[in-house]
Design a protein around this ligand. Structure first.
Ligand code: ADP
Ligand code: G6P
Length: 490
């Protein structure tokens, strides 16, 4: 049971994440267009929230300083049940600095950055950390303005690690959940973070902490025991008698949304056009944010080796890579974009001809229907993340492959490697030879084996949906809160 039916209405859920499910773009004075935001967090949560009276709290994707403009944007967002948090001056140091320049690489096992720009006095660790705390306070202010007694507050991701503490200091009775959408690294990596203890202590104030995989949860618990000296148990973390439950909730997608889309005449038409465009060739597909954790350069190196070693395939295969630009304010992201473009040029230069190019690379986002058409016509999906929380792209591909039964080549370092590993070909993306061999195996795989592997993964994607993920998290949170109320009454 997810909620107490006696109250006669759907329970209110405040979903708090840095990014709202829609991002605003200025179209004129006081006018805005709203577009769906990219990323797994938004995609995952969209499948969840129907069973709650849900409001989203988050950053609207633009800087707004003028009060009249803020009111106009808040009004448009309210129609989508979204409440904006305007981050103004703190945004750069908070988002580009602490969140995506410091925490994101640490959580993905990449260590703290050592580039020159981190030696800039305005961008020191301390300045960015202060901005991070200030931004978390701005989120708190908006939550307080909108909070009603009994609401559940579900905080998401590494941007909001101070919120559990701030919320409990404001009102210890608020039900607070926190979910990490990224990996959690080994304590040996996390330990280097100067603010390591404060962040852990804050998230431990939540009633329930969720992670995608058992390994991430285990890393988190052992990091707490090693850094804070608290006790780790099978339930979670125990600090001076108080237990914080730590549990595993693998996220999923809304599979029916993809299955239905593949049946639409418009999508079928797009599929036919794509099939015609790539007639006589096998299509390998990549869909990623242009992020260093996605291992796009490693994917291209593997493909280059495959073309080098298999000249008979050169005119018979194409790699279509859709890479939506992301976090352009962070220097490392600009660097990976340049690297990727360099590799596309090199590989197309080596193996292309006037009539055909081996890599079709697009730095852009594609609309939902077109994305489904691409997933459906692909023969192979190539996911080579160096580390990834889950990687929902691999789930989306499986959901769209009921007809074709293509092969998923998947990094063992993505959370999805643990859930879809049985049907996929798992690879270590750092091993170029392994990626090249997996491409060959996938392209040559007999229909019977493709069918068998697809069946296993499709079954998993169908049953482990985003809705199940949300229900499981919420029912566990409710149970914990009900238990602690009983304890208090005793
Ligand atoms: P992450 O959360 O790190 O971006 P995921 O694979 O979990 O990784 O989720 C990415 C989400 O963003 C998916 O729902 C996918 O469909 C969407 N997405 C990624 N790249 C694109 C793109 N180029 N165009 C449209 N949607 C994209
Ligand atoms: C990952 C993170 C999300 C984030 C998304 C897109 O999925 O876990 O929190 O929203 O990437 O990144 P962005 O920085 O554009 O919000």
């Amino acid at each position: 049971v997810v909620y107490d039916e006696a109250c006669g209405r759907r329970p209110r859920l405040l979903v708090v994440a840095n990014r709202l499910p829609v991002s605003a773009k200025r179209t004129g004075e006081n006018s805005w267009s709203l577009e769906m935001s990219p990323g797994g967090l938004v995609s995952g949560l969209l499948g969840v929230t129907a069973q709650f009276d849900t409001k989203w709290v988050g950053w609207p994707g633009v800087d707004v300083y003028d009060e009249v403009e803020k009111r106009a944007l808040s009004k448009s967002l309210a129609e989508m049940k979204c409440i904006p948090v305007f981050l103004e001056e703190v945004f750069d140091q908070y988002y580009n600095g602490y969140c995506n320049g410091i925490l994101w690489p640490i959580l993905h096992h990449m260590g703290l950055p050592q580039e020159d720009h981190h030696l800039d006095t305005n961008k020191t660790f301390q300045t960015q950390y202060d901005a991070y705390k200030k931004a978390n306070r701005l989120f708190l202010d908006v939550i307080i303005k909108n909070y009603e007694e009994g609401d559940i507050v579900w905080c998401h991701d590494y941007h909001l690690m101070f919120l559990p503490q701030y919320l409990k200091e404001y009102n210890s009775k608020i039900k607070v959940g926190w979910f990490l959408h990224s990996p959690f690294p080994s304590s040996e990596v996390y330990k280097t973070l100067p603010s390591r203890s404060e962040l852990l202590r804050s998230v431990l104030r939540a009633d329930l902490l969720g992670f995608h995989t058992y390994d991430f949860a285990r890393h988190f618990v052992s990091t707490c025991t090693r850094i804070l000296g608290v006790e780790g148990t099978h339930e979670g973390v125990v600090d001076q008698g108080r237990v914080t439950r730590v549990a595993v909730f693998p996220i999923g997608i809304d599979p029916d949304r993809f299955i239905r889309a593949c049946e639409l005449p418009e999508v079928k038409q797009q599929m036919n056009e794509l099939k015609e465009r790539f007639a006589g060739k096998k299509v390998i597909l990549g869909v990623d944010r242009l992020d260093m954790i996605k291992g796009i350069p490693q994917k291209f190196l593997g493909f280059e080796k495959f073309l080098e070693e298999n000249p008979n395939w050169r005119d018979k295969v194409v790699l279509v890579q859709i890479a939506v630009p992301t976090r352009n304010g962070v220097p490392e992201y600009r660097k990976v974009k340049t690297q990727v473009h360099g590799l596309v040029g090199r590989i197309n230069g080596r193996f292309g001809s006037v009539s055909s190019l081996p890599i079709h690379h697009m730095d852009r986002s594609v609309d939902f229907n077109y994305l489904c058409a691409l997933y459906a016509i692909a023969d192979v999906m190539l996911v080579t993340s160096l580390r990834d929380g889950m990687n929902l792209v691999s789930y989306e591909f499986v959901a769209c492959q009921e007809v074709k039964k293509g092969v998923l080549v998947l990094s063992e370092f993505a959370g999805a490697g643990q859930s879809l590993g049985a049907g996929a070909l798992l690879v270590n993306p750092w091993n170029v030879t392994e990626v090249s061999s997996a491409i060959k195996e996938a392209l040559n795989m007999p229909a019977e084996e493709r069918e068998k592997r697809h069946r296993v993964n499709f079954q998993y994607v169908k049953t482990h949906s985003a809705k199940k993920w949300g229900d499981d998290f919420m029912s566990e949170l409710n149970e914990i809160c009900a238990e602690s109320e009983i304890q208090i009454r005793k």
